[in-house]
Design a protein around this ligand. Structure first.
Ligand SMILES: Cc1cc2nc3c(=O)[nH]c(=O)nc-3n(C[C@H](O)[C@H](O)[C@H](O)COP(=O)(O)OP(=O)(O)OC[C@H]3O[C@@H](n4cnc5c(N)ncnc54)[C@H](O)[C@@H]3O)c2cc1C
Length: 304
């Protein structure tokens, strides 16, 4: 019986009749081939269970390393291609019609999930890089549900075929079909959960917690983007119906930060009420909550 390595060497020797390898060179090649094949096929009839297992494990390790390496290379290539497409696509439209969707809320996400991204180049622009499950916000505000469970990354929701850009649209030019995003490159993009908006007073002069942090990573240069079809799903603003004092003194419940603020305020109120020197009147005031608005959100919050 010939082993694969022997067969290969024989083929090489036969071919050598038409080539000019020296006999010594061929012998070297043969020994290299035999060594390498033997390394993979090093098993004999006498091989015991231990060595057989060892050989199989070694082969499995090699296959795993090669497989992981190939996959890693493919991922890197794909990400690079995606990034290149992304940067190229800001100003020029490719072969497919470009559909730009503004927003990552209830209106935008089902559309993004169902649009055929093979037919269209789909770009989503929104300052919020996650989808927010608004019906659960009242539960977040009282701590029944954790913040992390009511949000889902937009990229993981819509997949890699949809390009997402974290920015807010500030102008639409329907004549030329161009949108302008971000304001002037110095404004911070707000995704509704800005740390910058949480002001924590501190006695320490200039201490970290007393500053409003403006994170440079959140400032974006202004850019224009062409579109063929524009879908506007940017939701709405809270309406105070011009009731005096609501804008300045009340909490809204629309974004994740609103829920966190309410939770923090409730917790603070309870802790302050627990302070030993607190007067009964002040305790009563601290533990008195008023919900303005008897719609679904107000009722749900009150019930929670
Ligand atoms: C606490 C609460 C509970 C609710 N419960 C229910 C319920 O149980 N059932 C129900 O049917 N409805 C409920 N709603 C209402 C529901 O959430 C809204 O009707 C729905 O979110 C509206 O969807 P939308 O896509 O229009 O806007 P949104 O979901 O608000 O999404 C707007 C998106 O646009 C983005 N955006 C804003 N400005 C710009 C800009 N300039 N450029 C680009 N993007 C921008 C925002 O970041 C956001 O991603 C609830 C609402 C709240 C607040």
């Amino acid at each position: 019986m010939f082993s694969p390595s022997n067969l290969l060497c024989q083929k090489l020797l036969m071919r050598n009749s038409t080539r000019n390898f020296s006999f010594k060179q061929l012998k070297d090649v043969k020994s290299i081939i035999i060594r390498n094949f033997a390394w993979f096929n090093r098993h004999t009839a006498k091989e015991n269970f231990g060595t057989k297992l060892k050989r199989r494990l070694r082969n499995l390790l090699i296959v795993t390393i090669v497989g992981c390496g190939t996959y890693y290379g493919y991922r890197t290539h794909r990400d690079y291609k995606w990034f290149k497409d992304m940067t190229d696509s800001d100003n020029s439209i490719g072969t497919k019609p470009r559909v730009v969707i503004l927003g990552t809320g209830w209106g935008a996400v089902p559309f993004l999930k169902h649009i055929d991204s093979d037919k269209y180049e789909v770009v989503c622009v929104s300052p919020r890089n996650y989808f927010l499950m608004t019906p659960l916000l009242p539960s977040v505000s009282v701590g029944t549900v954790e913040t992390r469970t009511v949000i889902e990354s937009i990229r993981s929701l819509v997949g890699p075929k949809v390009k997402y850009v974290e920015a807010q649209c500030v102008n639409v030019n329907p004549k030329e079909k161009i949108i302008t995003c971000n304001s002037d490159g110095t404004d911070v993009v707000s995704r509704g959960d800005d740390v910058k908006a949480i002001y924590v007073p501190s006695k320490r002069e200039g201490g970290a917690s007393s500053r409003i942090i403006k994170d440079s990573a959140r400032t974006r240069p202004q850019f224009d983007m062409k579109y063929d079809v524009l879908i506007v799903a940017i939701g709405s603003e809270n309406n105070t119906f011009n009731i005096p004092g609501v804008e300045e003194h009340a909490h809204f419940l629309k974004e994740i930060l609103d829920a966190r603020r309410i939770r923090s305020a409730i917790s603070d109120a309870f802790e302050s009420a627990m302070t030993p020197s607190q007067t009964p009147e002040e305790r009563k005031r601290l533990l008195h909550f008023v919900v303005v608005g008897g719609g679904p959100t107000g009722v749900e919050f009150a019930a929670e």
